[in-house]
Design a binder for this molecule. Structure first.
Ligand SMILES: CC(C)(COP(=O)(O)OP(=O)(O)OC[C@H]1O[C@@H](n2cnc3c(N)ncnc32)[C@H](O)[C@@H]1OP(=O)(O)O)[C@@H](O)C(=O)NCCC(=O)NCCS
Length: 326
């Protein structure tokens, strides 16, 4: 049975120039390169320059993705930015990016807030817009300046995060309705708000009138993450009728290399099938999956026709997974 699907036709990404190494951090808080590397797998992270905002990073990633897809900004009919660090409370970062890209009036543009799961949620929405016929070409961006939410006196959180942006162009295509089709095959997205106190900011427009700072109970988040990520990956593979052995590349949210190792072990995934960018980028929240995906494409690790499995877990809690064929 013929089926309309969202197919990724281009990827792009951008990392700010400035790099903060673990040794740099050891000058700010009581930590060490050794502790950060062994507990998280992170060696360095990128930090946006003063005055460089989420929309700046998003616009650069978007331009690269449009170029890879061979599309102009005017070809896009829906622009979604997954972010927890918008330039402003309003307007949406997506509207700022629309303007910076020089897109003509018309396309819908909005932000999507699911913290580190933002890109998976975004894929779910983008693909649904395409399947329903409401959009034919979607620009989906994950962009963050998460370092702006950090408490630089809290060594248990400030060593984990970084800034960056990744983008994809999704275009409508017809498939047979099987897993051999190109495009997004299946996405699952979930939330459990009662755990919101384990990972949150202690401020916001309607509560304190401030931005707030990131707070986290790391050990608890770790425990939930391994279980929820594995569940979501199994759910999406079962729904599509594929097994871990069928997957060509896993492109996970890059939160902690130990979470990824534990998940891969649980599901029997070979380590060489896991795309890792965390060592050089840290956790860039909603940007981490499209950053890793773009790196995989540009390094030739993900090619047209490959079956990819994406997953994420973040504040909320939110989590999800997506199976797609490039
Ligand atoms: C944050 C995380 C790396 C901490 O590792 P952990 O093994 O759980 O460590 P703990 O929090 O139990 O802390 C162990 C010790 O290290 C210390 N510590 C914390 N951060 C440190 C740092 N940057 N440098 C040195 N020591 C540190 C703690 O103070 C604690 O010391 P104590 O035993 O004297 O009290 C880990 O819990 C984690 O990755 N959690 C998931 C976080 C995540 O991915 N969040 C985002 C989800 S999208």
């Amino acid at each position: 049975m013929s089926m309309r699907r969202g197919i990724i036709t281009g990827t792009g990404s951008y990392l700010p120039e400035k790099v903060l190494t673990n040794d740099d951090l050891a000058k700010i808080v009581d930590t060490s390169d050794e502790w950060i590397r062994t507990r998280t797998g992170i060696r360095q992270r990128h930090v946006a320059a003063e005055g460089e905002t989420t929309s700046d990073l998003a616009t650069r990633a978007a331009r690269a993705a449009l170029e890879a897809a061979g599309r102009a900004p005017a070809d896009i009919d829906a622009l979604l930015v997954a972010t927890t660090t918008p330039d402003f409370t309003f307007p949406a970062t997506a509207c700022v990016v629309q303007d910076k890209l020089g897109m003509p009036a018309g396309a819908m543009a909005f932000d999507l807030q699911a913290v580190c799961s933002g890109f998976i949620y975004g894929l779910s929405v983008a693909d649904a817009l395409i399947r329903s016929g409401q959009a034919s070409r979607v620009l989906l961006i994950g962009a963050e300046t998460l370092t702006r939410l950090l408490d630089w006196d809290d060594r248990s959180t400030c060593v984990l995060f970084g800034d960056g942006a990744g983008a994809v162009v999704l275009e409508a295509g017809e498939g047979e309705g099987t897993t051999a089709d190109r495009g997004v095959l299946h996405t699952v997205a979930h939330a459990e708000g009662r755990h919101r106190v384990l990972l949150f900011t202690d401020g916001g427009p309607s509560s304190t009138g401030t931005v707030g700072r990131l707070r986290m109970q790391g050990r608890e988040v770790f425990r939930h993450a391994v279980n929820r990520i594995a569940e979501a990956m199994e759910e999406v593979m079962n729904a599509a009728g594929v097994s871990a052995a069928d997957i060509d590349l896993f492109v996970p949210h890059q939160a902690n290399v130990r979470i990824l190792d534990a998940t891969a072990r649980k599901l029997g995934i070979a380590p060489e099938k896991v795309m890792l960018t965390i060592a050089d980028q840290g956790n860039t929240s909603a940007a981490s999956i499209p950053l890793a995906l773009d790196a995989a494409v540009r390094q030739g690790r993900a090619k047209a026709g490959d079956l990819l499995l994406l997953e994420a877990m973040g504040g909320g809690f939110t989590w999800g997974a997506s199976l797609l064929r490039l």
